[in-house]
Design a binder for this molecule. Structure first.
Ligand code: FAD
Length: 320
């Protein structure tokens, strides 16, 4: 069976493989047998093998070196290019994170290959689906040159377990001077809150401009905590300084696809929808019955969020 290289993304706090990798392994399986590629500082692969085995990695190719960790993406692209040259895989699948996209672009140049970014689905014949113009256009495209390289958009493929051997192979890492152009001088891992990661949570409660202030976001956090949910925000809320940018959902923020998305005081602009419209169930709370978010919502509450949300939080907490 053809080999498909899948670049593994691990959590910066050392908590293991990120969900984006499990999604990439799942998507890659239609093209062949996935080989998970773990690149990082010595010790990166420790503790990730079980998850990779559970989600279908026939092999785990481990390339560990201080040189990979000390520089930004160029060494990873270089090692991957070497693997492509040595192993002639059927394809390379990389999570569509900012780092993943940069690695994929560099890899495409190094290997003279075509590259499709932000794909949401890969078919067995290699055709990829891409969502363009904030969801208004669906594009199907295929790589015609070299080894197809795909970056897979987060939350577009549900990770499915498919136990495999995860046979470990060591990859020789030799990083050229050309790949040592941008050295990391410091890394600060942000303190994780007790709430689930926004892109991985099964419930997300997001607040918009209607929340009206940073202090009032405690209403959104209260509802989120009663449900064990992550907190998100619209761009208007972020631009107004109500909540940090890292929580923005939408075209220029994060893409989420939870089981339940609760949009509070959010009008439902197309750029916001682009980041949440694939949520399984959508609930909207808005005082304006004409708000466009209601066209998308499965359940809508027309009312003042300052009354509706605390009442809902109280009810949920009382039933626990
Ligand atoms: C290139 C580009 C990229 C963008 N990217 C993003 C993106 O990634 N994410 C994003 O979200 N937006 C993005 N935007 C901005 C987007 O167009 C909207 O401006 C933004 O989503 C609006 O945010 P909002 O719904 O919170 O605010 P508004 O549109 O102002 O809506 C606020 C809503 O709150 C309701 N409301 C007010 N008070 C209450 C109350 N007390 N109780 C209940 N409801 C109340 C109002 O009825 C209204 O519907 C982008 C725009 C551009 C041009």
């Amino acid at each position: 069976m053809a080999e498909v290289l899948v670049l593994v993304e691990t959590a910066p706090d050392g908590s293991g493989v990120r969900k984006t990798t499990l999604e990439a392994l799942t998507a890659a399986r239609v093209l062949g047998e996935p080989s998970a590629v773990v690149l990082g500082a010595p010790g990166t692969a420790a503790g990730v093998k079980d998850a990779l085995a559970e989600y279908g990695a026939a092999k785990v190719l481990v390339g560990e070196s201080d040189d990979i960790d000390a520089y930004l993406v160029a060494p990873k692209a270089e090692v991957l290019a070497q693997l492509v040259a040595d192993r002639s895989p059927a394809a390379v699948v990389i999570p569509s994170t900012p780092e993943g996209k940069e690695i994929a672009g560099r890899l495409a140049i190094k290997t003279g290959s075509g590259f499709l970014t932000d794909v949401t689905e890969i078919a067995a014949d290699g055709t990829a689906t891409q969502v363009a113009f904030a969801g208004a256009t669906i594009v199907h495209a295929k790589v015609t040159t070299g080894t197809p390289i795909y970056t897979l958009r987060g939350n577009s493929v549900a990770p499915e377990a498919a136990p495999a051997a995860a046979e470990e192979e060591t990859v020789t890492v030799s990083v050229s001077d050309a790949a040592k152009q941008t050295r990391v001088v410091d890394r600060v891992v942000e303190q994780k809150s007790d709430r689930p990661d926004l892109t991985e949570a099964s419930i997300v409660v997001s607040g918009g401009r209607g929340v009206a202030s940073a202090e009032n976001f405690s209403i959104i956090e209260g509802l989120a905590d009663s449900l064990g949910a992550a907190v998100g925000a619209s761009r208007a809320a972020v631009d107004s300084g109500f909540y940090p940018h890292s929580f923005q959902v939408g075209q220029t923020g994060k893409t989420v696809s939870p089981q339940l998305y609760i949009a509070v005081g959010i009008s439902g602009a197309i750029q916001h929808r682009a980041g949440m419209q694939t949520s399984k169930s959508i609930v909207a709370v808005n005082k304006d019955p004409e708000a466009p978010i209601f066209e998308l919502a499965d359940f809508g509450v027309v009312g003042d969020l300052n009354t509706v949300v605390p009442a809902a939080t109280e009810q949920i907490t009382a039933r626990k």
